[in-house]
Write a protein of this length. Structure first.
Length: 276
């Protein structure tokens, strides 16, 4: 965050080449996309009373950077004392004192809420990288758990990039799921981060190991589901590591845009129709 802040606010490091030349030089060093080092191009930083619009429509990626600019008591690193006029596309944090262009509408009757109202138990678990997805996002932007909702956060490994440990924390996440099943939890929500986070690195061999790690855990979960009589729905919101090079052999680190699969293991379900 500080690297980005220093360039956006202070214009700290001036480039001696054009934007295209800089990106090309980074690519030649096999530094891609989100790993490219921030740099300033003919820009000397923000001035007093500058207007700043945070265009991010997702809240998770923008929380830290917007907090560093908006909070007077922010002390993680050196920040400007200039007055900046900030606004955000959507609400990133209810405790952040910023005007919002498009206030969000909180969904009601989410799956977690309905399960809770029915008096049933539920477990939401993931490692750090995807924990918000199975809690805050899955529950429609609600921070606090519903009654009888248990949350288990598994720490992600502390490595620079996940190709260095493509298994990530899949094993302890899978263990948390199976422990929940052994307790008879009515609904279990889990997200395995490997395919996405390792896919973003563009390292093909690491991608294989990531998929193998998730496959192992899914196998154990499906075996226990059959043993205990659980139904299972397996899907994703997008792809990534199934396509790590384009037709010209160039490394891809972005999400894929094709349809995703949805598998259902349940005695009462005989067919799954295609979605939109």
């Amino acid at each position: 965050i500080q690297k980005a802040y220093d360039q956006i606010v202070f214009g700290k490091t001036q480039a001696s080449v054009s934007i295209d030349e800089y990106i090309d030089s980074q690519y030649k060093q096999e530094i891609y996309d989100e790993f490219i080092e921030p740099l300033s191009f003919n820009y000397s930083g923000m001035e007093e009373n500058d207007g700043v619009i945070f265009a991010n429509f997702r809240s998770d990626r923008a929380r830290e950077l917007s907090s560093s600019m908006a909070k007077d008591d922010f002390n993680e690193f050196e920040t400007t004392d200039k007055k900046l006029n900030l606004t955000t596309m959507t609400q990133y944090d209810k405790n952040l004192p910023l005007p919002v262009l498009f206030p969000k509408e909180t969904p009601t009757n989410t799956l977690s809420e309905i399960v809770s109202l029915a008096g049933l138990t539920q477990l939401h678990t993931a490692e750090t990288e995807k924990y918000a997805h199975v809690t805050f996002f899955f529950n429609g932007g609600v921070e606090d758990p519903f009654p009888k909702e248990e949350r288990v956060l598994i720490p992600s490994p502390k490595v620079a990039t996940y190709d260095l440990q493509p298994e990530m924390s899949a094993a302890p996440v899978g263990k948390a799921v199976r422990e929940g099943m052994d307790k008879g939890t009515d609904l279990i929500i889990v997200n395995f981060a490997n395919g996405d986070m390792v896919g973003h690195t563009g390292v093909y061999d690491a991608g294989i190991k990531a998929v193998e790690a998730v496959d192992t855990e899914l196998g154990l979960i499906f075996d226990k589901a059959k043993e205990l009589g659980y139904n299972v729905v397996l899907t994703s919101d997008h792809g990534n590591c199934e396509m790590m090079k384009d037709s010209e052999g160039k490394i891809l680190t972005n999400h894929t845009v094709g349809d995703v699969y949805c598998f259902v293991m349940a005695d009462s379900v005989k067919e799954v129709n295609g979605g939109a």
